[in-house]
Unconditional design. Structure first.
Length: 379
């Protein structure tokens, strides 16, 4: 039986007892009985503060929506925002309110997904303040063995890439915290409450657990599996499927010929995936209310698929076929284009960029990272 760290919390009473606890969590912070880590810490210890990542501790904030400070209506505990326009860090006042910070969120094992940045920023802040930091570890749903993509380069740090990780990094949150603490020389008082029964080769369907969406944009496991590749479309004028029932599975734009794109992509014979011509009208985000042509990406073999290969190949196929394709400009003056922040460097916009050259370089970088990360494996 596979268990996450929260399911073993009763064995760590000595670690939490007598301390004012601050909890960074989200709707996925639950035990095997679906009891939230908020409720468990509130009932058995002194829960002094909640710290909200993107989407809110109760999951009621849309992607990109700012989180305000308020009192949690169910516990009365103050909720402090770690997703503010001016900063994503913990302030001195937040840290003064607690003796220890606990992190319990189900991640998806992808560098762009902002929860990993929230954790690493909080780890740095706790290290500087001398506050202990505890990760209630959770399994990596994509597996803990496969590594894909290039490593984030210096100068391209952002909230969608804070630490030099590849796109799909093959670590649990606890392992990533230990690695960052060591390699960045943070010297944080770091504790990891480990998972039980998980093998690194396991993907989420192998665990017997029930899927709880880490955010509304990741409604099911197949979405999470495709996300390392299809999230790249957030840096383009092509819809990544937000505002549909299949975000990150439906890719399209008003200028795309669905049948042609599906035929061209299926001719590539990428392992573990098929492309179906599709039409959709997003109810939100890019091309809201417009009819988009495109494809639905179907996973046919979750072991064989390499989602970054899929995303990169699809992106450059659309770029080659349609002159109206473009990378989005920087969000604000002086910042980098979003594709550079997602990509961790500027290679996607290079004049000579192609799927073959990019993926070859990515494989070299991910292979080196895979060797480095082994020393931090806990499972």
């Amino acid at each position: 039986m596979v268990k996450n760290g929260i399911d073993s919390i009763a064995d760590y009473g000595a670690l939490f007892k007598g301390k004012r606890l601050g909890l960074i969590t989200a709707p996925t912070g639950i035990n095997a009985e679906f009891v939230s880590s908020i409720q468990l810490l509130h009932d058995h210890y002194e829960l002094a503060a909640l710290f909200s990542p993107e989407h809110g501790v109760r999951g009621d904030i849309a992607a990109g929506g700012m989180v305000d400070t308020y009192a949690d209506p169910y516990t009365g505990v103050p909720v402090y925002s770690l997703y503010r326009k001016d900063s994503k860090r913990m302030t001195a006042d937040m840290l003064d309110a607690v003796d220890m910070v606990v992190y319990d969120i189900q991640d998806v094992g992808v560098r762009y997904y902002t929860f990993i940045s929230t954790m690493l920023l909080a780890l740095e802040d706790c290290a500087k303040a001398g506050k202990p930091f505890v990760v209630l570890d959770r399994i990596n749903p994509l597996d803990g063995a496969t590594v894909e993509g290039n490593v984030l380069k210096a100068g391209y740090e952002s909230f969608v890439g804070h630490y030099p990780l590849p796109v799909r990094y093959g670590l649990t949150a606890g392992e990533a915290a230990v690695m960052a603490n060591d390699q960045m020389g943070l010297k944080a008082d770091l504790h990891v409450v480990r998972c039980q029964g998980w093998d690194r080769k396991m993907q989420f369907p192998d665990t017997g657990m029930l899927w709880v969406p880490p955010s509304l944009g990741i409604p099911r496991f197949e979405t999470a599996l495709l996300y390392p590749g299809t999230c790249l479309f957030e840096g383009t004028n092509v819809s990544e499927g937000r505002g549909t029932a299949l975000p990150f599975e439906m890719i399209g734009a008003p200028f795309i010929d669905s049948q042609r794109l599906a035929d061209e992509m299926n001719a590539k014979r990428l392992p573990g995936v098929r492309f179906r011509p599709a039409y959709f009208k997003p109810t939100a985000s890019k091309h809201q209310g417009e009819l988009c042509g495109g494809v639905q990406v179907h996973v046919t073999d979750r072991r064989a698929i390499r989602p970054l290969d899929v995303g990169v190949t699809l992106l450059y196929m659309i770029k080659e076929l349609y002159k109206l394709f473009t990378f989005l400009p920087p969000i604000r003056e002086g910042s980098r284009p979003f594709i550079d922040l997602l990509g961790g460097d500027c290679k996607y916009r290079a004049v000579d960029a192609s799927p073959a050259t990019l993926l070859e370089r990515f494989r070299e970088e991910s292979s080196r990272f895979a060797l480095t990360k082994r020393q931090y494996h806990m499972y």
